[in-house]
Design a protein around this ligand. Structure first.
Ligand code: FRU
Length: 495
């Protein structure tokens, strides 16, 4: 039975989707059907296709009244919208269906777990949330909330931990068939922790352990955890709020964190061996992963930064897009990412240049566009001293440009959207320390109308940023202070 609230949302989204032209959206990145989108939810493979739900306010391009939007894809690049899956329509979730996850039950139904929010509004304008975990079961289109909701609440969290910050369950099925889920929470020390729960059937859940505790090391509350085995290790992804920069890491305030280590399934404890940011650019948050039938761990993130939402003007018809889905792997103890291999199928019109030696500014015939996949290999020119700086400029015309620049002496790569046409001075650039010796660097740059994703050194780091520059600014140029020698292979991406 769909509720009145959900029926209204479905009617509204169908009608208002038609007001947005295809060219006003990203081409192969999923954007919100209408209104506002944040976190990816319920990323899963179900009945022959990938399902992606998302945090969704259909009614306006700003955060409010969280629903779950819904889209499906077979290749991670061509998406079809389905009707909104969840609406805040029950006594236990009337102030929002917050983030969560999905899995397939043995009887073939799809199980969703999400955070139900009740908001108490105080007279002084402040508010106080109570957050619980709730279930819904469905057939890939329609979902029914379970009678036993909420299934995890205040009695299921450790003494002293907060019911106000208890959210974003990510479920998976362990090898022995047990269902597990991790939930973000705030312990008494005010920072973050990840709680682990287990269930024999997906419906009855029991507290198992504190999987990992922040102890105020990485920001405060840990949102949107994901936990999985990858290349012989265990990986915990989470999005901490209020992070402090450490060197070149963790510059985003609300940032992303990847912990790699060991997991003791008996005790339910994770032991960290390595930490790093997940994305080193401006716009990436709350990622979630899916395991594909061919064994790939694919991650997608909200391609946005909470602190930069007003980059886009409030009159726009939509707000929010997802990152490119990325295949994850470990190398040298670090997390690596590469665009899903399905993207190669969209490559057309190859243009290549080898050993281009240049100083100052050049553009190259056939290299322009806003839907582009481009590989650059940089090195110093033979017999010349090390160059000072290299820059790739794109989304460019006489007035605008966004740039990725590299200073080999400092090994610093920077993404800069100051001239992307935004009237707000909101987080315009981010710098990252990259691995480079003697000015050598490999970049794969992917543009899709309103975004850039830069994969550095075959996926060792990724820098992601959105830009809403008018599409007519489609120039691309190269700059060198000193002399650079470069190979370029460029494709148009055609869906
Ligand atoms: C992360 C987050 C989640 C929450 C959701 C609400 O971006 O704050 O913790 O479930 O967004 O929309």
């Amino acid at each position: 039975m769909t509720s009145q609230t959900l029926r209204e949302a479905r009617k509204y989204e169908e009608a208002s989707e038609k007001m947005i032209k295809q060219e006003e959206r990203p081409d192969f990145h999923l954007s919100v059907r209408t209104g506002w989108m944040n976190d990816p939810n319920g990323f899963s493979y179900y009945n022959g296709q990938y399902h992606l739900f998302y945090q969704y306010n259909p009614y306006a391009p700003r955060w409010d009244s969280m629903h779950w939007g819904h889209a499906v894809t077979k290749d991670f690049l061509h998406w079809d919208y389905l009707p909104a899956a969840l609406a805040p329509d029950e006594a236990y979730d009337r102030d929002g269906c917050f983030s969560g996850s999905a899995l397939t039950l043995p009887d073939g139904r799809q199980l969703l777990m999400y955070t139900g929010v009740l908001r108490e509004r105080k007279e002084n304008g402040e508010h106080c949330d109570t957050q619980t975990q709730c279930l819904a079961v469905g057939d890939g289109v329609d979902y029914e909330k379970c009678a036993g909701n909420p299934v995890l609440e205040k009695n299921d969290i450790p003494e002293g931990s907060s019911v106000h910050d208890f959210r974003d369950p990510k479920m998976w099925q362990a090898e022995d068939g047990t269902y597990c889920c991790v939930v973000g929470n705030r312990p008494a020390d005010g920072s973050g922790q990840i709680l682990l729960y287990t269930s024999p059937d997906g419906f009855q859940w029991k507290f198992k352990s504190v999987l990992a505790a922040n102890n105020n090391r990485f920001g405060k509350m840990w949102e949107c955890p994901d936990f999985f085995r990858l290349d012989g290790k265990w990986v915990l992804l989470t999005s901490p709020q209020d992070m402090l920069p450490e060197g070149f890491e963790y510059h985003n305030g609300n940032g992303t964190l990847c912990l790699i280590g060991e997991y003791d399934e008996e005790t339910g404890k994770f032991t960290e061996q390595h930490n790093q940011a997940i994305d080193y650019g401006i716009d990436f948050y709350a990622p979630q992963t899916v395991l594909t039938p061919d064994g790939r761990r694919v991650m997608i993130g909200w391609m946005q930064n909470w602190d930069a939402c007003s980059l886009r003007s409030p009159e726009e018809k939509w707000f929010g897009q997802m990152s490119l889905p990325r295949e994850l792997f470990l190398k040298g103890g670090r997390l690596y990412q590469r665009p899903v291999r399905e993207l190669d199928e969209m490559r057309r019109n190859k243009v290549e240049y080898h050993n281009v030696t240049f100083s100052d500014v050049i553009s190259l015939n056939g290299i322009r566009g806003r839907k582009v996949d481009m590989e650059l290999t940089l090195r110093p020119a033979e017999g010349e001293k090390l160059y000072q700086k290299f820059a790739l400029r794109f989304a460019q015309d006489e007035k605008y440009q966004t740039a990725v620049s590299f200073r080999p002496r400092e090994s610093v790569l920077k993404v800069d959207r100051k001239f992307s046409g935004s009237r707000r001075a909101i987080i315009h650039q981010r710098r990252s320390l990259v691995n480079s010796t003697n000015g050598e660097l490999k970049l794969r740059v992917i543009l899709d109308r309103f975004s850039v994703e830069v994969f550095v050194n075959d996926g060792e780091q990724v820098m992601t940023a959105t830009m809403y520059t008018d599409q007519s600014a489609d120039g691309i140029s190269f700059f060198a202070d000193g002399t650079v020698n470069m190979d370029v292979v460029k494709y148009d991406l055609v869906s």
